[in-house]
Every structure is written in structure tokens, then in C-alpha cells.
Ligand binder design. Structure first.
Ligand SMILES: *Cc1c(COP(=O)(O)O)cnc(C)c1O
Length: 486
């Protein structure tokens, strides 16, 4: 029994707090946290002592200190962590969407640490409007008369509907009543905004006459919504922005468009799928266009509204605008991103999102070949790692059918039987690294698309794999056929 401790052997809290071994924990985390952690640890030790399963060695001051330091470090570790996005989806909503260019990062840093003219007019010395910081840029880039910004595009749609269609009707095609994910559904937003949805047409076909017949005395606007994450193909018909705008204007109504991702440049010049730009949408007659800041635009999370000056004025007067307004960090990040669009020649290099989207397959392939070996070694002999071509997706409301030729690593389990459990295990190991590596499992393989691993990150990526995955030889479990299938 000499190896086991009794509850009475557990040292007193006060004594431990004064022990030299605990000094570092107190210094680093402060007394409040150290005492709380120590108390929890001693309680746990007591439970185990009472159960007769506490090795005496765990009562040594050094052992207690190690446990406390570990617990305190875990609790103090950042929750929001950097990860490697190897999912193949560039604008991945769950991984934070667009990555900001250096100019935006510098601007945010400045705004965080120095006072700024957020709502101060430097010309007059009087009060300013935070929208003034970016509305001229947005107007220049979109051809709109006026602009404003809120927290995200969902907020932009909500605000637009409430400001322009409260207790009135909004005509939308059935084919455009989309759910974007994360509980953004056009009919729900409409209801919350106080507007009444009038659905026209069918899921696959809507005609100009459908809009026309739905207009009545209570109609506030005709609205179009970008189908973002799905495609209606086959026997389809939708009415263009220009046609909807013409119908609306003939009855003295505004035509509005929720563009979703919303791009400011013609993406085909970069070899990307075609999307109507905000400028084209405005030019086609839309009176108001809403779009996201952190999708194709490549900026911070934000919702941008551009369009007719009288409508923007009305929107800015709505009390919801105040509730949905952006903070200075958003504006600080957005301005340099919009500035980049003023020099489209450099955009594909300087705008991180576009740089990632346009990385050619021939640049990614050698990278996959370089990394194949280190991953194979890290994964262990039970897995086969191949450098293979694959397709990336733009993500965040660009059509899932538009795919970008890419390259990456496909990992398969060599054993017989269903590989699911083995792939899950490897996926978990990668996800538990200090900088988690996020891939995706499909078709009995773990796929790591290297599109979003830029050259400057490759060395760190390799080093982490080499270090952290140098696991002891595979546990015998991987080789045992008798195990139950997952
Ligand atoms: C993404 C999207 C939204 C929501 O935009 P957030 O910026 O994520 O709030 C709304 N409408 C459409 C059509 C979208 O694609």
C-alpha cells in the first residue's frame, strides 16, 4: 500500500501556495486563477484518494505544480485559433471566410491603438458620419449614388426591408427564396423586417408577367435574390434585373437586389466563373443592391448597401441602422480593401482572397509533391498518401458547381475493410495539432487541398507535421481485425 496516498496525506492549500514549485503559476496567471485551479486539483486528488487510487507520487509539490500549470495554460489558451484551411473551400464560412490583405491588417492595428476620426469631420471640426469614411469609395467602385455599411449582408437585407417595406409587400420569385445557411432564410428575414412576402412564379420558372400581376396598392418593392449556394438548371426561366427594374419603375416602385457574395470586378478576367458585378447590377437599373464584405469582396464581415441616394438616406434614418452599424475595426479593414479595387491591375496579387482563388494548379502541384513525403511519414505506414489533382470551391455563396482545378494530398488507409474509423483517427490527429489542419473526408479518403497553403506558410506547416506527428509506431489496434467497425 505504500504507493497509494490517503486523503489525509494531501497537503494543505496554503502550504502549497507558498511552495517554490508553485511560484511560477502564481506569477504567470495571478493568485485568483492559481488558487482556484489548485482548489479544483486538490478536490480531484481527494476523490481519487478516497477511491484508493491516488499514487503517492502525485502529491509531490512538483507534480502538483505541473498539473496546475497545465490546467492554467489550457484555460488561458486562445479559443479563437489559427488553423490551416485545407478543405478546398476558399471562402469557408466556418473558418472565417475572407483573409485580409496586409494593408487592412495594418489599418485595423492603427484603429485599435490610436484615436481616429471615426465620427469626426476633420474639415469642419464638427461631428461626422462613420459612413463618410467609405461611401465615396463604394460609389466610385459601383457607380451608385450613395452607400452605407452594416454588420453583415443579412443585416443589410433586414434593414433594407424594414426601412422600405415595413407593413407592405415585397414581390420575390419562388426560385429565389433561398436559405443561405446559419438560419438566413429570405422568408424569415422578411417576416422579422415586418414586410409581407408575395411569392411569384414557380421554383424553376418565373416570368415578367408574374411580377407584374403581383403588384398592387400595398407593394413596396420588387426584389431579386442571388441564388448563391444552389443552381436551378434544366427547364428554367428567371427575369433579369433589367426587366424587373423596368417593371418596378413603370409602377413607381424600387427594384432591389440581394447580390449575396457581390463582386466589384469582372471575375472572368482572372479565369473565375462569371458573376454579375455590383456596378452591372446598378447599371441594369437596380435601385438598391446589398452584398457581403467578407465573401468575394475579400474584406471584413460587413453588409454593404449601395444605390439611390433617397433610399440610402431613408435607410440611414431607420433606428435599426444604429443597432446594426459597424464598429471602427470593420471600417478600418474595409477601406484599404476597397482601395485595392481602385487598382485592378494589382488585385490578383494584393487581395488575398483573389490571390488564393487564382492560384494556378501548376503552382500547387509541386507543393503537393513536396509535402507528400512528410505527411506520409507523419501519418505512418498504415496510410497511403498521394499527390493528386482535385477541385477547390470558391465557397460562401458562389455556385458549388463552379470548381477550380487544384492539387493536394489524398490519404487512404491501407487496411482491408471500412476505412472510416482510420481516416477519422488521422483527421482527428491533424485537427488536434497546435495549428489544426482541417481537411475533409470523402470517398474513403482524407483530402487536403493545398490551394490555401501559400508558399510563405509552407515551412511552418512542414515543421509542425514533422514534429507533432512523429507519433510512436501505430498502436496495435490499427492492425487488429477483430475490432468492431465504427
Ligand atoms: C451570404 C448571403 C447572405 C448573408 O450574408 P452575410 O454577410 O453572411 O450576412 C444573404 N443573401 C445572400 C444571397 C447571400 O449569398
Amino acid at each position: 500500500m505504500t504507493g497509494l496516498a490517503a486523503a489525509a496525506d494531501i497537503p494543505a492549500l496554503d502550504r502549497l501556495l507558498n511552495a517554490p514549485a508553485l511560484a511560477a503559476a502564481l506569477d504567470t496567471h495571478g493568485r485568483t486563477q492559481a488558487v482556484a485551479a489548485l482548489r479544483r486539483h486538490l478536490d480531484a486528488l481527494r476523490q481519487r484518494a478516497l477511491a484508493g487510487e491516488l499514487p503517492r507520487a502525485e502529491l509531490a509539490e512538483r507534480a502538483v505544480a505541473a498539473a496546475i500549470n497545465g490546467a492554467l495554460a489550457r484555460a488561458a489558451a486562445p479559443r479563437l485559433r489559427a488553423v490551416y484551411n485545407l478543405t478546398g473551400t476558399v471562402l469557408h464560412t466556418n473558418l472565417g471566410r475572407a483573409l485580409l490583405p496586409d494593408e487592412a491588417v495594418a489599418s485595423v492595428l492603427r484603429a485599435l491603438t490610436t484615436p481616429a476620426n471615426l465620427e469626426f469631420d476633420l474639415d469642419s471640426g464638427g461631428r461626422g458620419d462613420r459612413d463618410d469614411l467609405i461611401d465615396d469609395l463604394l460609389c466610385e467602385l459601383t457607380g451608385a449614388e450613395a452607400a452605407t455599411v452594416v454588420n453583415n449582408n443579412a443585416a443589410a437585407v433586414l434593414l433594407m426591408l424594414n426601412a422600405l417595406a415595413d407593413r407592405r409587400e415585397v414581390v420575390v420569385s419562388r426560385g429565389e427564396l433561398v436559405e443561405i445557411g446559419g438560419a438566413f432564410r429570405i422568408p424569415d428575414i422578411m417576416k422579422r423586417a415586418g414586410a409581407k412576402l408575395v411569392e411569384v412564379g414557380t421554383t424553376n420558372r418565373t416570368h415578367a408577367a408574374d411580377y407584374e400581376n403581383a403588384i398592387g396598392p400595398r407593394t413596396a418593392m420588387l426584389m431579386k435574390v442571388h441564388c448563391s449556394n444552389y443552381a436551378v438548371t434544366g427547364f428554367t426561366k428567371s427575369v433579369s434585373v433589367a426587366e424587373v427594374a423596368a417593371l418596378a419603375h413603370a409602377r413607381g416602385l424600387p427594384a432591389t437586389v440581394d447580390l449575396g457574395s457581390g463582386t466589384l470586378v469582372d471575375l472572368t478576367q482572372f479565369g473565375l466563373p462569371r458573376e454579375d458585378t455590383v456596378r452591372e447590377t446598378i447599371a441594369a437599373g437596380a435601385d438598391l443592391v446589398t452584398f457581403s464584405g467578407d465573401k468575394l469582396l475579400g474584406g471584413p464581415q460587413a453588409g454593404l448597401l449601395v444605390g439611390r441616394a433617397d433610399l440610402i438616406r431613408k435607410i440611414k434614418k431607420n433606428p435599426l441602422k444604429r443597432a446594426l452599424r459597424v464598429g471602427k475595426l470593420t471600417l478600418a479593414a474595409l477601406e484599404p480593401v476597397l482601395q485595392l479595387y481602385r487598382a485592378p491591375e494589382f488585385l490578383a496579387q494584393r487581395l488575398t482572397t483573389l490571390r488564393l482563388l487564382t492560384r494556378p494548379q501548376r503552382e500547387i502541384q509541386p507543393q503537393a509533391e513536396r509535402l507528400r513525403g512528410v505527411l506520409a511519414q507523419a501519418a505512418g505506414a498504415d496510410y497511403e498518401v498521394e499527390a493528386v489533382p482535385m477541385f477547390s470551391q470558391i465557397g460562401s455563396g458562389a455556385l458549388p458547381v463552379d470548381q477550380l482545378p487544384s492539387y493536394g494530398l489524398a490519404v487512404r488507409h491501407r487496411g482491408k475493410g471500412r476505412p472510416g474509423r482510420h481516416l477519422d483517427r488521422l483527421e482527428t490527429r491533424l485537427r488536434n495539432l497546435p495549428v489544426p489542419v482541417i481537411g475533409r473526408i470523402a470517398d474513403d479518403a482524407l483530402w487536403l487541398d493545398l490551394r490555401c497553403l501559400e508558399a510563405r506558410d509552407e515551412a511552418a506547416f512542414t515543421a509542425q507535421l514533422a514534429e507533432s506527428l512523429a507519433e510512436p509506431p501505430a498502436a496495435p489496434s490499427t492492425a487488429q481485425p477483430a475490432e468492431p467497425q465504427a
